[in-house]
Write a protein that binds this ligand. Structure first.
Ligand code: ASP
Length: 312
């Protein structure tokens, strides 16, 4: 079989973001990570390995709301969720509300081969101990101070900030990676600290097929209000539309139009087995970057009124 041109798309959240200075530093981080992960794909790495590496790098970057730098929940604790889907085996695995680990995506990766593949809080922490993962506190000073401000304000905000920098416009966030490898296999991964300030026990879309899904035809990772993503079953909806014969840009556009009518607030990144990359949003901005085999591009200054875009 002739090797396929690998493709990669990743995101650092969806939201509104007025601060241009902030955009430049976000662009820098996203492009660096795209570059590193694409190299792995070019060297013959699998889509699953690329997704895991990309998620690890994004989780380790404190500016994004996943892993280190996750937002705090209403009780001032960090609880993270992550999932991984291998498109070729169509296997979904994930952890929900795990604490005190550095890279929740590593637990999702381990669970790919297990008979119990989605673990919630206690079970995922037990697994981390069983795997002898070092205890790690993902709390950053910025997030602690942000929570204290909210506490002083009697929790008037509904959620935490997208990007860890002082901009009142910067809300929400999550990270995600979708890759197509040189064998034509697709994988998708998503990792989050949640919405921030949520009720204890709230379950994010990021470790559900609504927020992260892949099969041999396409893969999708979502970000935005998890409840809205679940209501549209967004990731699985786009993937199934492609599976049933719609082109990826048409599937993205149709899903975003419906979501806009339903007043949803989110974004998604996607790719298909033919190598088309796509992104869509009903919110103002999606912080996505991609490598199409020729160049690195991003969606950071993309028209806030456009519902979707794509490239090959
Ligand atoms: N989807 C995530 C959640 O609701 C948050 C986000 O993507 O901004 O937990």
């Amino acid at each position: 079989m002739t090797p396929i041109q690998p493709k990669l798309i990743l995101h650092g959240g969806a939201s509104s973001l007025a601060d241009k200075g902030g955009l430049e530093s976000v662009r820098h981080s996203l492009h660096d990570i795209v570059q590193e992960v694409y190299q792995l794909l070019e060297n013959g790495g699998t889509a699953v390995d690329a997704v895991v590496l990309g998620c690890q790098r994004l989780e380790d970057e404190p500016r994004f709301n996943a892993g280190t730098g996750s937002v705090l929940q209403s009780d001032g604790q960090v609880r993270m969720s992550a999932s991984l889907m291998d498109g070729i085996t169509q296997t979904f695995s994930g952890v929900i509300n795990v604490s005190r680990v550095k890279n929740p995506i590593e637990l999702a990766k381990f669970l790919q081969t297990q008979s119990d593949r989605i673990l919630s809080d206690l079970g995922s922490s037990e697994l981390a101990r069983e795997l002898q993962m070092p205890i790690y506190d993902p709390l950053t000073e910025f997030r602690a101070l942000e929570w204290i401000e909210e506490w002083k304000d009697n929790f008037q905000s509904k959620m935490g900030r997208l990007i860890a920098q002082p901009s009142p416009e910067a809300r929400r966030g999550t990270i995600g990676v979708v890759a197509l490898d040189s064998q034509g296999n697709i994988a998708a991964g998503t990792s989050t600290g949640g919405k921030g300030l949520e009720r204890i026990g709230r379950v994010s879309d990021s470790a559900m097929p609504a927020g992260n899904y892949a099969n041999p035809h396409a893969g999708v990772s979502c970000t935005g209000i998890g409840e809205d993503i679940v209501n549209e079953c967004l990731a699985a909806r786009i993937v199934i539309r492609v599976t049933d014969g719609l082109s990826l840009p048409d599937a993205m556009e149709k899903s975003m139009k419906e979501s806009q009518t339903n007043q949803r607030d989110f974004g998604a990144i996607a790719l298909d087995h033919t190598g088309v990359l796509s992104w869509g949003k009903t919110c103002e901005i999606i912080l996505a970057a991609y490598h199409n085999g020729a160049t690195i591009g991003d969606t950071l200054e993309w028209d806030p009124h456009e519902l979707m875009g794509y490239c090959r």
